[in-house]
Design a binder for this molecule. Structure first.
Ligand code: GAF
Length: 384
């Protein structure tokens, strides 16, 4: 789906050419799961799948929205009437971004928008963040706001937290806004400092597969929020601002101080060990030891499955099957409770692994998964 096609559809819908066309990608998180709302470390990279928006300004306080992927015509909203929590449809994401920009004092006076996306929805690949970020970037350019990527990510997170009502962290929006091709983004979610870590799997004869289990997930549901609240409780019990502040060498002592809070103890153990895993992966990639990150990814899965308890039978089946069939490492990625897993493998084993996972799903009576190769791609940008 090219920029031109999206611009042409915009012209059909609204009767004029758009002022510009922008794109923002979905993401895969390599390592660092459920650490972002604990002020910790994450390491996502952008997918080639993206949301494209053709946009023009309006000056009458009206936001018109249309998506090629969703049934229904153009939706017209009044910017003055936007209320957090008032919209349960997909339009809450773009409207929430306009709301967040205006709430932050930016003079956005309306827009006509047509969208088309190749990011799978409900697959844990950040279709929501792609949608938010493409709108934020388009409005940033059209209204000459001059906001840097990390600030757009913060505003998009605010749209998602307050306007949509999903208590998510900052990783997905920052990944969509700031990733670079051929790199993974090492992000410190406390101060949003970033390092682009070269991650060129093909050059090393490796591949990273994404396996979409087709089990749909949603973060506005209660389980994500419960984990977040449990982590905040752990930080409060331990007397720190965030779990990021528990140094890995002091983990056992911290866990001992949690007394009979067994559930909180498991959450704390996941977050503190996961931050350490991110640092280990960064070290290995910097040392050119890419194959050795495999077991660290698998450790991350075990921690999410057993301590954080957000995996599901389909995700576990991908991981177990891939490892038995020779993968270097595998883990669920994203928020959990469904969505996708990633598998690090030798390029020569891709077909065998894919077949093994497909056969295991068929034998278990699960819906056939969607398997594709993830190549670290570009972050949000103007494309037309
Ligand atoms: C979802 C959230 F949106 C992110 O902020 C992050 O917490 C992730 O789950 C888990 O690492 O994608």
């Amino acid at each position: 789906m090219g920029a031109q096609q999206v611009a042409e559809r915009f012209a059909e819908l609204y009767g004029t050419q758009p002022e510009g066309v922008w794109a923002a990608p979905g993401r895969v998180n390599l390592i660092g799961e459920h650490t972002d709302y604990n002020d910790g470390f994450v390491m996502p990279f952008a997918l080639p799948h993206e949301t494209v928006a053709a946009v023009s300004r309006r000056d009458d306080g009206v936001l018109r929205l249309h998506s090629a992927d969703i049934e229904g015509g153009v939706v017209a909203l009044s910017l003055h009437a936007l209320e957090p929590g008032s919209d349960e449809n997909w339009t809450a994401y773009p409207a929430g971004v306009a709301w967040a920009l205006r709430e932050a004092g930016h003079g956005v006076t309306g827009a006509d928008i047509h969208l088309a996306s190749t990011v799978p929805t409900g697959a844990g690949l950040s279709s929501s963040a792609a949608l938010e970020v493409v709108i934020a970037l388009a409005l940033n350019h059209l209204y000459e706001l001059g906001l840097p990527g990390w600030k757009l990510a913060r505003l998009c997170q605010r749209a998602e937290n307050i306007y949509v009502g999903a208590p998510t962290g900052i990783m997905d929006q920052t990944a969509s806004a700031c990733c670079e091709p051929g790199h993974a983004l090492f992000l410190d979610t406390r101060d949003l400092s970033q390092q682009q870590i070269p991650f060129d799997l093909a050059a090393e004869g490796l591949r990273l597969l994404v396996v979409d289990t087709r089990v749909k997930h949603a973060h506005s549901g209660g389980e994500y929020g419960k984990r977040r609240a449990g982590c905040e409780k752990g930080a409060a019990l331990l007397g720190v601002d965030a779990l990021r502040d528990i140094p890995y060498p002091e983990l056992d002592a911290a866990l001992a101080r949690l007394g009979d809070e067994e559930e909180v103890r498991r959450l704390v153990r996941h977050v503190v060990t996961e931050d350490e895993r991110v640092e280990r992966v960064v070290g290995l990639l910097r040392a050119g030891e890419t194959r050795r990150i495999g077991p660290v990814l698998t450790e991350g899965h075990v921690s999410l499955r057993d301590d954080f308890r957000i995996s599901c039978p389909e995700l576990d089946l991908v991981v177990d099957t891939a490892l038995s069939a020779g993968a270097l490492g595998a883990r669920m990625t994203g928020g959990g409770f469904g969505g996708s897993a990633i598998v690090l493998t030798e390029a020569t084993d891709v077909d065998t692994l894919t077949k093994a996972v497909e056969e295991a799903f068929a034998a278990a009576g699960f819906t056939a998964p969607r398997v594709f190769e993830a190549v670290p791609s570009a972050g949000a940008r103007r494309v037309g």
